[in-house]
Design a protein. Structure first.
Length: 180
């Protein structure tokens, strides 16, 4: 949807203590062959809480979902459910590509209930465009429209787009832990 990517401006604090622009670039979508029509824009995140002053250099991360105390900022586009897989798709190669580009994403996806997953995070979701359904454990589906928000509190859920146009979600995730 955004062939040139989405602009990301990053600020930081200089050695002299001044606020500065550290980078001004375009972030390209990750578009795995395994998920035709899906787009994942990863803008920022860290595996630990932020500490300031910060030089604004991008922190490394190990997994798509944040560990306890970590956070992620991204936009995800979910394609219509009727989007067909590419002809001649090599599933093993496409899976390996998705694992490299989106580490840990496939690990949380349920094999016997495609799309359903649960992560140890609180996810703040805002529907930017399109419509989708959020599905929960009890079989309830909640229709979501542009401008709607969801606070996903570490619950098992899935997203589905039974419409013709994709649904684009702005997501901020903060890693947590399971209670004993």
């Amino acid at each position: 949807m955004d062939e040139d990517g989405i602009r990301r401006v990053v600020t930081g604090t200089s050695a002299g203590g001044k606020s500065v622009v550290v980078s001004d670039s375009r972030i390209k979508a990750i578009t795995p062959d395994l998920m035709p029509g899906a787009e994942f824009f990863y803008f920022w995140g860290d595996d630990k809480p932020p500490a300031f002053p910060d030089d604004g250099m991008e922190p490394p991360y190990r997994s798509w979902f944040p560990p306890a105390g970590g956070y992620r900022f991204e936009i995800i586009t979910i394609p219509p459910a009727a989007t067909p897989p590419p002809a001649g798709l090599d599933i093993a190669a496409a899976t390996a590509e998705a694992e490299r580009a989106l580490p840990g994403l496939l690990d949380v996806m349920e094999k016997d209930d495609p799309g359903m997953h649960r992560t140890d995070s609180i996810d703040f979701v805002y529907v930017l465009s399109g419509r989708c359904l959020m599905r929960l454990d009890d079989g309830v589906t909640v229709p979501l429209y542009p401008g709607d928000t969801v606070i996903q509190n570490g619950t098992r859920h899935g997203w589905r787009v039974p419409h013709d146009e994709p649904c684009r979600l702005l997501c901020i995730s903060i890693g947590g832990t399971q209670k004993a």
